[in-house]
Design a protein around this ligand. Structure first.
Ligand code: NAD
Length: 273
């Protein structure tokens, strides 16, 4: 049913409990992260957005031994209340949170940002993709009396313009700024808060972006590593940030994108190979 757990295996997270928000299917970045965290001994709880997703998420979560698998639509306060209450009822405390949630109207992911961004979709995209981390972090922090760690997923479109990424880039910029403010607020409680800026990975969310194929091939050709982003590298970065390996690291945006973010102008030779 599931892929082999991502390696390396070990005990870096033995005895730690974490909530994973954002698995849709086995291609989800959150699923790769969950497998890596589980392989290091973490006990995991999962949320799914609705009944249709539950059919895919529940068997995956159960394959890692999860007991808490709960519906959570981040746009609804009562749904967030119920999900976090379910976690609090089952566990005395929480050690980490993974937030891998984003959504926008597909029509906003093509063409002109200035022409295609409506007031309503701007608000909705911000709500699902940026505010949800603020809300989840607030709730999760109440369950972290001895400190903890939180990670959210972002993309280079927050820092630079990317064709068709449009309003999602604006939401990711808000997400990254929110991450820094959350890190500042929760730092005194021993809670570290970071973001991973992943390069393009073939998931349900990425499928919504127009000219996705161009995005993948351009990233591959232009990046210093001349390669796609390996989701296992993203999972490894999450393990670093969520375990004690990442001690003292907070408020950081860690790029895992084959180095694409450092390139101002790609090498001519890369496009002639
Ligand atoms: P995905 O489609 O597998 O995951 C997106 C998740 O968001 C899904 O589980 C979906 O159910 C959830 N979601 C959407 N609306 C929701 C709501 N109202 N309430 C609760 N959950 C909701 O795709 P993914 O690529 O794994 O995306 C995970 C994160 O990684 C996103 O934040 C995405 O922007 C980010 N990211 C993706 C890439 C990429 O290339 N795939 C690159 C960088 C960052």
């Amino acid at each position: 049913m599931t892929d082999e757990p991502a390696l390396p295996k070990g005990e870096l997270l033995k005895g730690r409990r974490g909530l994973i928000m954002g698995v849709a299917n086995k291609n989800s970045i959150a699923w790769a992260i969950a497998q890596q965290l589980s392989a290091q001994g973490a006990e995991l709880a999962f949320t799914f957005v609705n009944e249709a997703m539950e059919r895919r998420v529940r068997p995956l979560a159960e394959s890692l031994g999860a007991k808490i698998i709960v519906e959570c639509d981040v746009l609804k306060d009562d749904s967030m209340d119920r999900a976090f209450a379910a976690v609090a009822k089952a566990w005395p405390s929480l050690d980490f949170l993974v937030h891998a949630i984003a959504f926008t109207d597909r029509t906003a992911l093509e063409g002109s940002f200035v022409e295609n961004t409506t007031r309503q979709n701007f608000k909705d995209t911000m709500d699902v993709s940026a505010f949800s981390f603020v809300d989840a972090a607030k709730r999760a922090s109440k369950m972290m009396p001895k400190g903890g760690s939180m990670v959210t997923l972002t993309y280079l479109g927050a820092e630079r313009t990317i064709p068709n990424y449009n309003v999602m880039g604006v939401a990711k910029a808000a997400l990254e700024a929110s991450m820094r403010y959350i890190a500042r607020d929760l730092g005194p409680a021993g809670i570290r808060v970071n973001a991973i800026s992943a390069g393009p990975i073939k998931t349900l969310a990425a499928a919504g972006i127009s000219s996705g194929r161009h995005m993948f091939s351009f990233n591959r050709l232009a990046s210093p590593l001349r390669d796609d982003t390996d989701v296992k590298g993203v999972a490894g970065a999450a393990l670093y940030l969520l375990s004690d390996l990442g001690a003292s690291c907070t408020g950081e945006v860690l790029h895992v994108d084959a180095g694409f973010h450092i390139v101002g102008m790609p090498d001519e030779a890369a496009f002639k190979e």
